[in-house]
Design a protein around this ligand. Sequence first.
Ligand code: 9MG
Length: 283
Amino acid sequence: MTSTSAFLTCGRHRLDLSFPRVMGILNVTPDSFSDGGRHVALDDALRHAERMLAEGAAIIDVGGESTRPGAEPVSPAAELDRVAPVVEALVRELDALVSVDTSCPEVMREVAGLGAGMLNDVRSLDREGALAAAIGTGLPVCLMHRQGEPRDMQQAPRYDVPIEEAVVDYLAERVAACEAAGLRRERLLVDPGFGFGKTVEHNLRLLNRMERLAELELPLLVGMSRKSMIGKVLERPVEERLPGGLALSALAVERGARILRVHDVAPSVDAVNMTWAVLKEGC
Ligand code: 9MG
């Protein structure tokens, strides 16, 4: 177990990270709702978030740009159009702690004004203007390792050093860049970025060696829910990956994860709490 600071200030919320928490995924990309209608989609999003909160999610992560392998980028205007009404409604109607999965400076500024409590950037603030925008929001930021862009990142990824070293070095460099620009480390989280420019073997090794990330001394967020590493090892389609994902969540908690980004909140909360009960006993 790593010792990270217990509380993270997320806008008007304080997130207790003295034990592992679950972040529920809320995708608001056009393919994520069965009905194309705008009003229905907003209502669906709200009901889905409400259910995840009732099941024990501490954070709702809203994303308006798909980061799946092969996905094409969307314009800032289109992303904002998808995300802003959902963030506003989640804050106003549910008083939820909302994280926004974005790499876009305009989106960061806008959602902070709407009451979002965290930024989740799979590009670790390396887009032009993103670092300055994130600093201006005053919100905590999750920095994630990736190699390549979603469009092409899974085309034969390779590394010259062991994957865990590549990940630690990259994240240490991004943390240093943030601190040099004035983003205090109290506002940072790190994420090894499972599936982002990594083969199945890279992902499995990275989870095995994830304790290496403890040297960064920052809260660790991980996302493996329904990812293809589960599908490939177990030969399961996406709708049959929950048991594999729960096993990975338990291992991630044992290796120091403090936030688990998942689709299936209720079973994940149980898996995380059960794992934590065992680990706590060993303290
Ligand atoms: C948006 N997104 C998709 N997968 C993710 C992961 O593994 N970590 C984080 N932080 N965000 C992710």
